[in-house]
Design a protein. Sequence first.
Length: 405
Amino acid sequence: MKDPMPPVPEVTPTNLKAVEDEFSVGVYQKRRVAIVRGQGARVWDDTGREYIDCVGGIGVANVGHCNPMVVRAIQEQAARLITCNELFYNDARARCLEWLNRITPEGITRFFLCNSGTEAVEGAIKFARMATGRRRIVAAMRGYHGKTLGSLSATWDKKYRDPFAPLVPDFVHVPYNNAAEFEKAIDEQTAAVILEMVQGEGGVRPATAEFLGAVRKACDERGALLIIDEIQTGFGRTGRMFACEHFGVLPDILTMAKGIAGGIPMGAIGIDRRVGELEKQSHTSTFGGNPLACAAAAATLEYLATHDLPGRAAEHGGYLFERLRALASPRIREVRGLGLMIGIEMKEKAGPIAQALMQEGILVLLAGSTVLRLLPPLVITRDEIDAVIAALAKVLAAPPTGSEE
Ligand SMILES: Cc1ncc(COP(=O)(O)O)c(C=O)c1O
């Protein structure tokens, strides 16, 4: 504790940004808005201004902000038991595991629970190395798997990697959607291949079924495991519960996070029979499988399944996609994606367009410097989608404010 203890100033709408700026380490590129409330696909700032939220906590709020079923589950669990390490059994955890088993792809039947996406990837890499006794991990160019040292070793972008070298050895990066290069890279020393089904941070780039089929086959032939990273694409985002279902490819290890627990921090690793028995205590987490996150996850997964949010994402995603294509703006290079995971590649920097959309009450993400990324809650309505399109049409009709690429 600091001596003397500094006074704790009251946080007010006028000083809250200054307080955050002063006391956080400053690694985030923040927009000058304070979001204080959310409901469904909408959020409100501290001045009461409403936004349609196509950020969704970066693809977290699949069941909508403050989904009533999830809120109730969190409230009830918080009043009963918040923490209970996996040293002990727990009812909320057992329910969460049952739901995960029910909704995950065929073959995935056992789970390790953790607290974030990057942590799920760390564990997946360790499990693959332990199961195979091999070290080499084959990842994709433009891939993104997190920023802790193990997952960062699988992430491609140099600007994230280089300041922290040396990273974990025996990781290689191969061009995405290039079956021949992957077939060459996967050898008898390969523990695993790790892949996104749609590269999210890398620009919203879907895989092809031929590519994934070839990778799956090469893994099987050479005894390597396939880690499918569905941290961004999972839980209905792309119009199926998991995006791998679009392509008819099954993982040996599945990484999950983001939308898993309605916004409560949680990650999970699913494994199939090929991973086999893992050594006791080889991988653990104090908070992993805590009852609060598990209760939130069980409610979230039940809501997703019983309200067919994957089907809704497919339908509304298709509608949004068509409306975006119909905009036919000469400033748009390409619209791509799956379900409600959509990238709009601009012929110019996308940052100023995102800023202008915020002025119009629409929050969107970027994926690289020229791609606008939309990851709205899957409960977004047609009217809200129409409002997003109207705002984008208005912004794109105005003269560009950013520099041309
Ligand atoms: C595909 C993928 N993997 C891993 C991660 C890392 O997840 P987290 O930010 O929860 O560590 C992300 C985050 O965007 C992701 O999109």
